[in-house]
Design a protein around this ligand. Structure first.
Ligand SMILES: [Zn+2]
Length: 132
């Protein structure tokens, strides 16, 4: 596996030094508002993953979600693109507006919601095929 080229932006609290996901609010750990931005490699470890076969209206089925831990012990819930990852697997993570998406391969970054029709913006390997 090659080194990831993607980075994710995090905040680091200026008071307690904890890293957290970018937010308009204060530090979720101590409430301080002082913070600085930093980036980490956009790769995380899957702590848990699940598959919803009857998701809420508007979401594709199956709808796969993973709890992913980034460097610095920052955890987030991500929509899984492709196969459901196993616990302990390393996945690529990218921010897509207000949500995060996880892919089984770094090259999968850039797949839009709604499988099939959307172009793969940002894919680095045009021959990449997600595993079945
Ligand atoms: Zn803090």
């Amino acid at each position: 596996m090659s080194a990831p080229s993607e980075l994710l932006e995090l905040f680091r609290c200026g008071s307690c030094q904890v890293s957290y996901l970018p937010t308009d609010g204060p530090c979720p750990h101590c409430g301080a508002t002082a913070r600085e931005r930093h980036t980490v490699p956009a790769l995380g470890t899957v702590l848990a993953a699940t598959e919803l076969l009857s998701p809420a209206t508007g979401w594709p089925s199956p709808h796969r979600l993973a709890l992913v831990e980034l460097p610095g012990s920052v955890r987030l819930l991500a929509i899984v693109e492709g196969e459901l990852p196993s616990v302990g697997a390393v996945v690529s993570v990218r921010r897509d507006g207000a949500i995060y998406r996880a892919g089984s391969e770094p090259a999968a970054a850039g797949i839009e919601r709604g499988e099939g029709e959307s172009p793969r913006v940002g894919a680095t390997d045009p021959s990449f095929e997600p595993p079945r």
